[in-house]
Design a protein around this ligand. Structure first.
Ligand SMILES: [Zn+2]
Ligand SMILES: [Zn+2]
Length: 147
């Protein structure tokens, strides 16, 4: 797993990814550290806590640059806004609650990325496999039972 090492501060992470360090970029890194799987709007809300003058446009720009630099992964569960996280390059998957939209990380089911080997690749060179498990989180499941 290559989750951002906790001992590195935001500036070091940015430099490590070959990115220039700016206040608004650092704010976006801190926002993603505070909460994984957040939409650009949520990143913006969080980033303003660190750098009050952050603009939505600067947050969008930073997220695009981070994805391009491989620092951030964007996931797009069907019908949801794109979500961003700092955990990259480990082929992990996601559980998404159809009730409240909660998202959890899940590792590959068995062994090192077995889902990168489709039963028939149709001649494609497969680089990424994204699996989204849909269901109800424990809180939504128990709320549904109580209803
Ligand atoms: Zn839920
Ligand atoms: Zn994740």
């Amino acid at each position: 797993m290559t989750t951002a090492p906790p001992h590195l501060d935001a500036s070091e992470l940015l430099r490590g990814a070959g990115l220039r360090v700016t206040d608004s970029r650092r704010a976006v890194v801190e926002a993603l550290r505070a909460k994984p799987h957040v939409s650009a709007d949520e990143v913006f809300q969080l980033a303003r806590r660190y750098v009050p003058q952050s603009s939505l446009q600067s947050v969008y720009n930073a997220l695009t640059d981070f994805v391009d630099a491989g620092l951030v992964r964007r996931i797009e569960p069907a019908g949801r806004p794109g979500l961003f996280e700092l955990r990259v390059d480990d082929n992990h998957h996601h559980l998404v609650c159809t009730g409240c939209g909660a998202v959890e990380d899940v590792d590959c089911a068995v062994g090192p990325a077995p889902c990168l080997t489709p039963s028939d690749s149709h001649g494609y060179t497969v680089q990424v496999a994204e699996v989204t498990f849909w269901g109800l989180c424990p809180a939504c499941a128990s709320a549904a039972r109580d209803r």
